[in-house]
Design a protein. Structure first.
Length: 190
């Protein structure tokens, strides 16, 4: 089966809904991107917020549904209907059936298991609907919360990239993790 990234699904879980971005998501996205903890956990550079930066980001999120080689989905908390984060399959390699996974959660979406559920839902979609063989990610050593979520879903450590990120506090390692299609399956509810 060849992956079809042109389809932007809505995936419903017990506590979150993964869905295409809508214009009403942007205020919460902007708040998350301004959060120093989000910037730190994702290893991103802080955005210098001005009208041009805001317009570029609005355009970026407004074009996610048009991308045919990646899947960017908003994470909505079912209880509130509000945007709490995003999950992404990108860097698609059709020859090897693999994708990279990344995520970002704003302050309101952390520490409640919503991220683990969102990861599980998107990974399941990647294997069961897109026919992927392998999904990989990197997580920084200062983010054990994310690493635990990835391990709960079934990702395993493949390597450590030493001193992969320079921060004001010093160098930080990045752990490369992956999950294979044949490892996905049996007990994905826990």
């Amino acid at each position: 089966m060849a992956a079809d990234f042109s389809v932007k699904p809505t995936i419903v879980g017990p506590r979150v809904v993964l869905r295409p971005f809508v214009p009403g998501d942007f205020p919460a996205v902007r708040e998350a991107l301004r959060d120093p903890e989000v910037v730190r956990l994702t290893g991103s550079r802080p955005i210098v917020w001005d009208a041009a930066a805001e317009e570029r980001l609005r355009e970026w999120y407004g074009t996610r549904a048009d991308q045919r080689d990646r899947l960017d989905l908003a994470v909505e908390e079912r209880a509130t209907g509000g945007w709490v984060g995003e999950v992404v399959l990108n860097e698609w390699d059709p020859q090897h059936g693999s994708c990279n996974f990344r995520t970002m959660f704003g302050p309101g979406g952390r520490d409640r298991g919503l991220g683990t559920e969102a990861v599980r839902l998107l990974v399941g979609y990647g294997f069961e609907q897109l026919g992927l063989h392998r999904i990989t990610l990197e997580v920084y050593s200062f983010n054990p919360r994310a690493r635990r979520a990835y391990e709960k879903v079934g990702f395993v450590v493949e390597e450590v990239r030493r001193d992969a990120l320079r921060t004001p506090q010093g160098w930080v390692d990045a752990t490369v993790m992956a999950i294979l299609a044949d490892e996905w399956g049996q007990d994905q509810q826990g």
